[in-house]
Design a binder for this molecule. Sequence first.
Ligand code: F0G
Length: 462
Amino acid sequence: MRISENIPTSWCEPWKIKTIEHISLAPPEIRQTALESAGWNTFLLPSRLVYIDLLTDSGTNAMSDQQWAAIMTGDEAYAGSKDFERLESVVQRVYGYKHLIPTHQGRGAEHILSQICIAKGQVVPGNMYFTTTKFHQEHAGGVFEDVIVDEAFDPHSGCPFKGNVDIEKLDRIVKRVGAAQIAYVSLETNVNMCGGQPISMANARELHAYCSKRGILVMLDATRAVENCYFIKTRESGYEDKPIAEILSELCGYTDGCTISGKKDCLVNIGGFLALRDDGLAQKAREMVVAFEGLHTYGGMAGRDMGAMAVGILESLDYAYIRARVEQVGYLGKRLESYGVPVVKPFGGHAIYLNAKDILPHVPQEQYPAQRIAGEIYLEAGVRTMERGIVSAGRDHDGNEYKPELELVRLTIPRRVYTQSHLDVVSEACARVCRRAESIGGLRMTYEPGALRFFQARFEPV
Ligand code: F0G
């Protein structure tokens, strides 16, 4: 017997599977008809015709037995539910903000934050836009301005913290309009639109120092903050021995409040919240939440959902969990890379992004190359992905299409749902699509909704 010298120490998921849901691959001709009926928009495909669903990591999480137990014991009182108290105490302890305002999901929190903090014409600088976040900022009369570092726009840059705010860009805006004209700085963790790229603790600290000196608020989009903290722990010196909970608490400590879509990090299927430090702002938020979401002690969530979220938040802080979560995403990235598929590097925390400009260099951006590739991956193997490029970016006030630097296809990994073998199938499908890339053309849009067009737009091949 000769045992190899090089035995790796692999990670594995700190859970085993107790319930399964059957999936099957629809035949090619059914997939073709389904995609045509969906107008080549993967959001319009019925889930029953999807084999492996990497559309989003939002609300697609598998809950633990402990979370299901919380579902069964949920207190459905209209006011002052026990589960509100449970969630409030977890949020205060974990994220460190004094006030919890629950909402039905992330965009509900974004709506309320934007309405209470943005006056018409004020600027909202942010580290790249997110679709719903920017929508609500603009809906409240604000003007979003991007202050992310330049590396974020380069899919080939290996920069470990591509999500960082460029403080000089921010300073130029502040000098131009004056601090009083800044509603707040919108700081996203694991920036979705540039490939799930993290911010560093050093950057959050510097931003806090800059803003607090000038009386500017910093509002965190903490939707994927725990995943961001895993990158801080593994990439930023001084954090390698700190527990995830401590890193998260420091990160939030540099901000004045947060919005969260609980459907991601918090390991639930629905829910979100706004959390604030300031008493006055929290009072305004509570006045709004009753009009738009529900009473301030449930904000659109059932008691049981708040209970499951409280448990999920605590589970998300477990190092063995978060390591397996983020490393599984990296596993898909490495597989794709091994086949030569162009992907954004470093790998993101919740998704791998294919670089459509490299895959279909012959298709102009106005013919939606990323949207086309998402369709082709579905045709190839029933795998559902989504566009994050020109379609997601939408149009400016003059009606011109934004032409974002990044034209990406997102392969988003739901938490605790798929195994490495599922991801093997996915990577092989993507590689096959890339191999026939020369024969793939673009799309034309046949229906365009007025807002957040990527959800419902329809296309046909050119
Ligand atoms: N902020 C970020 C960074 C998000 O990724 C999302 C949702 C939201 C806010 C809004 O939260 O969906 O609960 O209303 N992202 C989903 C996605 C839709 O697929 O990336 P929501």
